[in-house]
Design a protein around this ligand. Structure first.
Ligand code: CTP
Length: 428
């Protein structure tokens, strides 16, 4: 695929060579178009060396080939990272005072913008209006992440991580992009994924919940979409900054409680080829939800809380599974006196009966090595199908690679279609 990578003048530009590298390693031809200010952060030589293509900033360079028109016509995907407040404003207004903004006016392919700026600039009504205008025109503007900004400040405005930008961009490019990247090996599949953690209300202001951010489920959704699947994401209390990297085209249903998650997943599973339960589900809920705020007694004591068990959604999905449907569960385990992480994982795999259970170690007792997040994949009998890991995206690809192998073996194909980019991720 021919990709234009625009870079505008923000400090986050220093991370964008990683975006360029990832796109190149996936086999795409990438032409970088920085703004003049962007070159103050990362120089022309870096972009030229990493892209293998000439780098120009002005419409007066390359006039013999009318670059802004030619590049725009040839492009199959445009990614701008970081997109500063100024770049968003110029793009929204249709101003064309450099090669990047002039090219944005000539392209007809998908355009993905990854904003990065201080929180005040992001939240300013002018910027929000510009983002709304661009979105109305079909431009995919990724919500910035919440986190540390240039100075001591932190808040919404941080550029999403390079791998997230790449996933969103390739998913936005649609099936053709996915085909180039991963063989589009999930194309034609409907996949339902749960993410986040359920909350059980005690009263109007309190709930029982857990710390799940939803990032693993969101990574599963983004990577599945990038590999060509039609994805439905059921998000339990996932922050909008985390959901911001979910590509267009992924249908999101937001839920709060286990009962709501169960209803949404049962509905999504009815037409899904693959179902993944990545959400952390509250095992118990209060027997009663009060309509008024629970008060302390005059002596400072509180009534004890009666809990009732929630349904096991995964077990229900397994018992009601459609023919041929693949069901995947996740289990975060710690080792203890009764057994290792894998012992507990194997017992859970047999108990749950899912086709795949992705088991990872959590807490101080990390039993699987020192990569950020390593999973062992177990089948329904508890047999180890291999391990892999790294980032949440890497873990997601490990899961999809296993799903692809399972589908291939079921269809009797002699040469399982394991994606090339995923080759080597799973070592068993
Ligand atoms: N799960 C579910 N419904 C529940 C609890 C868990 O669907 N009520 C799913 C999770 O989404 C996950 C898998 O089951 O895919 C394992 O979750 P985990 O919390 O590890 O399992 P539990 O059955 O709750 O076991 P434990 O006793 O270890 O808490």
């Amino acid at each position: 695929m021919r990709i234009l990578l625009g870079v505008s003048g923000g400090i986050a530009a220093y991370k964008v060579p990683s975006v360029l590298r990832a796109l190149r390693e996936d086999g795409h031809a990438v032409r970088v178009i920085p703004t003049r200010a962007a070159l103050d952060f990362v120089g022309r030589a870096t972009w030229e060396a990493l892209s293998g293509e000439p780098v120009t900033t002005s419409v007066f360079d390359g006039t013999e080939s009318v670059d802004h028109v030619r590049l725009g016509r040839e492009a199959e995907l445009v990614v701008v990272a970081p997109a500063t407040a100024d770049l968003l404003a110029r793009a929204a207004a249709g101003i064309a005072d450099d090669l990047l903004t002039a090219t944005l006016l000539t392209v007809t392919c998908p355009v993905v913008l990854a904003p990065a700026m201080h929180t005040e600039m992001w939240l300013h009504p002018a910027t929000q209006r510009n983002v709304a205008t661009l979105r109305e025109r079909g431009v995919h503007v990724i919500d910035p992440a919440v986190g540390r900004l240039t100075g001591a400040d932190s808040g919404p405005g941080r550029m999403p991580e390079p791998h997230q930008i790449v996933d969103v961009a390739l998913a936005a490019a649609g099936a053709s992009g996915a085909t180039d990247r991963d063989g589009g090996d999930l194309q034609g599949l409907q996949i339902a994924i749960s993410a986040g953690g359920t909350r059980e209300p005690l009263d109007p202001v309190r709930f029982l919940g857990n710390r799940s951010s939803g990032r693993q489920g969101v990574a599963l959704a983004a990577t599945a979409a990038a590999r060509g699947a039609q994805v439905r994401l059921v998000a339990a209390n996932v922050d909008s900054s985390v959901l911001g990297v979910v590509p267009d085209g992924v249908q999101i249903t937001s839920v709060e409680t286990t009962a709501e998650l169960q209803e949404a997943m049962l509905e999504a599973a009815a037409s899904a080829d693959v179902v993944v339960m990545a959400a952390a589900v509250a095992d118990f809920r209060p027997a009663q939800t009060r309509t008024e705020k629970t008060k302390k007694h005059a002596d400072g004591s509180v009534e004890s809380l009666e809990l009732v068990q929630n349904p096991d959604i995964l077990a229900g999905l397994v018992s009601g599974r459609r023919e041929g449907q693949i069901i995947v569960g996740f289990a975060a385990e710690t080792g203890d006196a009764d057994g290792s992480v894998l012992d507990h994982g194997r017992a859970k795999a047999r108990r749950k009966g899912a086709d795949l259970l992705a088991v990872n170690a959590v807490g101080a007792d990390v039993g699987f090595g020192d990569v950020p997040n390593e999973v062992h994949l177990l089948d329904a009998s508890g047999s180890d199908l291999g391990a892999g890991g790294g980032t949440k995206d890497d873990v997601a690809h490990v899961v999809w690679d296993a799903v692809v192998r399972l589908l291939s073996s079921r269809s009797g194909s002699e040469t399982p279609t394991v994606s090339t980019s995923a080759a080597g991720r799973l070592s068993g």
